[in-house]
Design a protein around this ligand. Structure first.
Ligand code: NAD
Length: 339
């Protein structure tokens, strides 16, 4: 099978995971990755055999001076690519779209740090894969929106649900980030309530009312979501459990097995031998699934660095029409990532 050529712009937290996931697929390959500076990640790209491009002539020069192998400036990568996965910091993608991708008539996938308007559609594979088939510009939503949309989407597809409320306890920074944290504080973030996450989820599930608020806490490992879902019919606790257990890309955990916090969940990912202790699934605590007075409650943990990785792979397949059957694409992605 001939493979489509994927260029990854921004080889950071998300970009390096997407590159590794692309390299595991039989229908796509990593054409190249970009870095701005000759960091350890640029050297990692060399070590992994991913062709390394600089975003400017200055970047390329700095790679050469550092003894790194480079294929040149980003422009030449764009010439050969079938699709770009833009993994640059928030708002840079929107600029790249206007300055680079549209003029070169290139299809691109963007990340959740961009406004919804960057894409013709926002994407969560198990909910709206079909709406991105053949599109040119698609946004994979943020880690929080992906995790919430998966759980709420699963419930709304099987049960009749009303208003959803979610409180998000967010990690302050990623483990790699020494410039901003960890913080010794609990920060209402954003300070305004409700938070932007509810409207963002509505880009995926437009018919549902979702109200959210969020704080940042001194941890780097995962986000924790507390969900409260209004049930319109007489769904029982086991109905809700069954839906969450059977949903794709979710995993139900039991506290009697020692899962007391996000710490044990991450230890489990390490024990599974997952690359970079990545978790692509929503991690839902079974004990927290309670139904009372027509309201379902539960907690879920979201590994912010990795949850959107399978979504990026499926988005590539949808946009390039490599697979028009969402289930088949997700089966393939899940198998290669050992989900
Ligand atoms: P990051 O800072 O870890 O990586 C960004 C990469 O882009 C770095 O390699 C950096 O060198 C490079 N870069 C910076 N400026 C650039 C430019 N002008 N052109 C090309 N490359 C440039 O960021 P990240 O955490 O990987 O986030 C990338 C996107 O993914 C953002 O939209 C973010 O909101 C989203 N996202 C992040 C997470 C997370 O937890 N980190 C989760 C989901 C979505």
């Amino acid at each position: 099978m001939s493979k489509v050529k994927v260029a990854i712009n921004g080889y950071g937290t998300i970009g390096k995971r997407v590159a590794d996931a692309v390299s595991l697929q039989d229908d796509m390959e990593v054409l190249g990755v970009t870095k701005t500076k000759p960091t350890f990640e640029a050297r990692l790209a060399n070590d992994k055999g991913y062709p390394l491009y600089g975003i400017s002539k200055e970047s390329v020069k700095s790679f050469e001076e550092a003894g790194l192998k480079t294929e040149g400036v980003f422009d030449s990568l764009l010439e050969q690519a079938d699709i770009i996965v833009d993994c640059t910091p928030g708002k840079v993608g929107a600029k790249n779209k206007e300055d680079l991708y549209i003029p070169k008539k290139l299809k691109a996938i963007y990340q959740g740090g961009e406004k919804a308007s960057v894409g013709e559609t926002s994407f969560v594979a198990q909910i709206n894969y079909d709406s991105s088939i053949g599109k040119d510009h698609v946004r994979v939503v943020s880690c929080n929106t992906t995790g919430l949309s998966r759980a709420i989407g699963a419930l709304s597809s099987k049960l009749s649900i009303g208003t959803v409320r979610a409180f998000l306890v967010r990690r302050s920074v990623d483990p790699r980030d020494s410039s901003k944290g960890p913080i010794n504080a609990i920060i209402p973030d954003p300070l305004t309530v409700p938070s932007h996450h509810g409207p963002d989820i509505q880009t995926i599930l437009p018919d549902l009312k979702v109200i959210t608020s969020a704080v940042k806490v001194p941890t780097t490992l995962m986000h924790l979501h507390s969900l409260m879902v209004e049930l319109k019919d007489d769904a029982s606790e086991s109905d809700v459990k069954n839906v969450l257990e059977q949903a794709r890309r979710t995993k139900v955990l039991h506290s009697k097995e020692g899962f007391r916090s996000t710490a044990e969940v991450i230890e489990y990912a390490r024990d599974l031998g997952r690359s970079r202790y990545d978790l692509y699934e929503n991690m839902i605590w079974e004990d927290s699934i309670v139904v009372k007075d027509k309201e379902a409650y539960f907690f879920q943990g979201i590994a912010q660095e990795s949850i959107v990785v399978p979504e990026n792979i499926d988005a590539i397949r949808a946009v390039l029409e490599l697979e028009t059957d969402a289930e088949k694409s997700m089966d393939k992605t899940d198998k290669t990532l050992s989900i």
